[in-house]
Design a protein. Structure first.
Length: 138
């Protein structure tokens, strides 16, 4: 069995954003040479997320509104975590959206359902963050 590891780095200039990282993960899969196996993609920061869904701007807008209703950024004083910080909401948004995804690799391709794409979700941007891509298989 072979394995491949790569860290992707993202800088998001806003507090919240969703980035389609499917092309970068596909490039990692190509570089790995693995044709059958599994891909793990996970956010390496506790205020960011990786998830699979549709690449549709209306859905992403709806996510932003929904997440802000569930865990509003302001007032920051509503959170005990925010003593000296202002990102408690980002931790909660990450918990909702998830840490990682695992995708099957079949015949050298990500084995997706219709419309599925991989996204990096940022909830406390304005600094560099990392995403791990780990691929195992043959």
């Amino acid at each position: 069995m072979k394995s491949y590891r790569k860290e992707l780095t993202f800088y998001v200039p806003t507090r919240m954003a969703f980035i389609n990282i499917t092309p970068q993960v596909n490039e990692c899969l190509k570089d790995s040479g693995i044709r059958e196996g599994l891909v793990l993609v996970n956010a390496m920061h506790i205020t960011a997320s990786v998830f699979i869904n549709d690449d549709e701007s209306g859905l992403h807008h709806d996510y932003e509104l929904w997440l802000e209703k569930l865990a509003p950024h302001e007032p920051v004083s509503q959170y005990q975590h925010n003593v000296g910080e202002d990102n408690a909401d980002a931790h909660m948004k990450r918990q909702i959206m998830g840490r990682e995804v695992v995708i099957a690799v079949t015949e050298g391709n990500l084995d997706f359902g219709t419309w599925e794409q991989i996204f990096y979700g940022e909830f406390d941007g304005r600094r560099k963050k990392r995403v791990l891509v780990k691929i195992i298989g043959e």
